[in-house]
Design a protein around this ligand. Sequence first.
Ligand code: ZN
Length: 194
Amino acid sequence: MDSNDINTTLNSSPFSHSSSPPQPIAPLQVVMSPCAACKILRRRCAEKCVLAPYFPPTEPSKFTIAHKVFGASNIIKFLQKLPESERADAVRSMVYEAGARIRDPIYGCAGVICNLQEQINQLQAQLAKTQAEVVNMQLQQSNLVALICMEMTAQQSMDNFISSIHHNNIGYQNYLNFYEENISLNSLLEPLWT
Ligand SMILES: [Zn+2]
């Protein structure tokens, strides 16, 4: 009962008598802001224009560049094949690719990729060289620390020996001990000097 009433009131509204009922707002949009693509192609920008979300009138150069390389009908075909969630990325890459092709008509994007690959290779070589230098410096440092420790030990045993001379009477056994100690220290130090 109620729904029928609503239908009859809707049907009897003054707008329903016109011959094309579903477009009361769309013509206004066309007049207000055709997308950059439609403006450049000089065509009517429909409400469901597939290009409008990605080529706003504020950035006309985006469409000019992509259009120059791919052509409008190809861009439309590409976009129609893709789900809406992937269209923005596709437009970004098309504009980038077209820009690269215009800047470098021979290699296009491949030229940019090759340059970047070369830079990566150079930086990786530089990194490997620096890492080898760091390892080398760490080895030198640990060698130096070991050397200092051994020199300090040698100095200490020498001091001990001298103080033992002063406090006790030097005996043959002390002399022998000192001699043996230094021999063993020298044999430890020797490989570091070479
Ligand atoms: Zn449009």
